[in-house]
Design a protein around this ligand. Structure first.
Ligand code: AMP
Ligand code: GLY
Length: 422
């Protein structure tokens, strides 16, 4: 098969790496890709939001399957455009991707299908939101309803902070139109877990569990980022809990999306809080998580391309997926300053040394080639991922690889996977 993968982050490097192992793969293109994906396929200089460019490239090259990595092209309707041209596309349609792109829509679907989530109110006027938040004396979570690169959520322990957050989003428009509507919800307590599943419209195939580390600082302090590290499996997700998640969340959601006439196909990502009262949905994403995908795909033994094709053809029930029982840990190395402003263009060294370590894979995210050298080009630069017989071993190995890699201002959390070890 000829495959076009859309995106250029660490997630896409992991997907490209995994697809490149498929016996069915004839040619892999990545648009726009990064220097990491260039090692396993051909990068094409088309932005992931250039829908016209992507569709005409897929037609010209007679692409058999387009895999859409990030949320922006999904929310913009890339899958609809490709399917209108008769091209197989892995990912939800624009209507179904609203599950991620519109948190107000997601809340409504959850409500309509009795899916456990935090109690929430939806606001389109700042004054109304302000009055509501001021009237509460518990902590609140204020979320921009639209897409904000994982940074649109403010967990506020005091109502004054909640009002400030609502003002930043709705009045100062720090996320642009993504903040025209906000969701204000109760703060939930517990441990988080990410559950990703392949869904073909009807059949749900749950992948191995994972846990992300969203805040920039150790011990989960500071502002949220796209994700600073992840591990898989998440020990908190026992078999019994996974059954409950499938029963109470995934099945009613996929069913509800069908009844809503927005059938869901692709990867469904449920960001959950495991509370003393059971699992609660924090958010849905319409795609693979980044960086959860890095450890999850490192553990996947089956042919990803075969599974993706089965999803697109509504035949997921016909394939089986196997996993390496060994845990994997991914540590994100970021540019100093991220998630705020940061400098780019710092030379990256040590990848060859890290490469020689056993069961280690360095996935590239914000990197670029300049005069033959690998340099930093984004906030999250690398996802250093390792497998080991235990989570502790995988962690040790990942940090051993991190210690071999250098660039000016490299920042990473030193406590990735500690939660799993407690
Ligand atoms: P989201 O993008 O909606 O998953 O939110 C990003 C992060 O904010 C989550 O991973 C949680 O750490 C935190 N968060 C979101 N909603 C809540 C909530 N209702 N209670 C506590 N923390 C939350
Ligand atoms: N790691 C969180 C996300 O992909 O949204």
């Amino acid at each position: 098969m000829k495959v076009l993968l859309v995106g250029g982050g660490g997630r896409e490097h992991a997907i490209a790496w995994k697809l490149s192992q498929s016996k069915q793969l004839k040619q892999l293109y990545i648009a726009p890709g990064n220097p990491g994906t260039a090692e396993v396929g051909i990068n094409v200089d088309i932005a992931d939001t250039n829908l016209d460019g992507l569709v005409s490239f897929a037609k010209d090259k007679r692409i058999d399957l387009v895999v859409v990595g990030p949320e922006d092209p999904l929310a913009a309707g890339l899958v609809n455009r490709l399917e209108a041209e008769g091209i197989l596309a892995f990912g939800p349609t624009q209507e179904a991707a609203r599950l991620e792109a519109d948190k107000a829509f997601a809340k409504q679907i959850m409500r309509a299908n009795s899916i456990p989530t935090a109690e929430a109110r939806i606001f389109t006027h700042f004054e109304d939101a302000k009055m509501y938040i001021a009237s509460r004396d518990e902590p609140v979570v204020v979320k921009a309803a639209g897409l904000a690169k994982g940074k649109g959520v403010f967990v506020c322990d005091d109502p004054a902070d909640g009002i400030l957050a609502a003002e930043k989003i709705m009045v100062n428009k720090i996320f642009g139109d993504a903040g025209n509507t906000i969701v204000v919800e109760d703060k939930l307590l517990g441990q988080e877990a990410s559950i990703l599943a392949f869904v073909d419209g009807r059949t749900i195939y749950v992948m191995e569990s994972a846990q992300d580390h969203k805040p920039i600082g150790e011990q989960d302090t500071g502002p949220n980022t796209g994700g600073m590290g992840a591990y898989s499996p998440a020990p908190i997700v026992t078999d019994a809990l996974m059954d409950q998640i499938i029963r109470e969340i995934l099945v009613p959601l996929v069913d509800g999306m069908n009844r809503n006439e927005t059938p869901y196909k692709g990867v469904l990502y449920a960001g959950l809080m495991i509370t003393p009262g059971g699992p609660r949905v924090l958010e849905f994403n319409a795609r693979f998580g980044d960086p959860e995908t890095q450890p999850i795909l490192m553990r996947m033994k089956s042919d990803l391309l075969e599974v993706m094709e089965a999803v697109c053809r509504g035949r997921l029930s016909e394939v089986t997926v196997e996993w390496d029982p060994r845990p994997a840990v991914c540590v994100v190395m970021a540019s100093k300053g991220y998630p705020d402003a940061y400098e780019k263009g710092k030379v990256i060294t040590g990848l060859e040394a890290a490469f020689r370590l056993k069961d280690v894979k360095v996935f590239q995210a914000g990197t670029a080639k300049r005069d033959g050298q690998l340099v930093t080009a984004g906030g999250r630069v690398l996802g250093v991922t390792a497998m080991g017989p235990t989570i502790a071993d995988a962690k040790k190995r990942a940090y051993e690889a991190v210690s071999l890699i250098h660039f000016e201002g490299a920042y990473y959390r030193r406590d990735i996977a500690d939660k799993a070890l407690r």
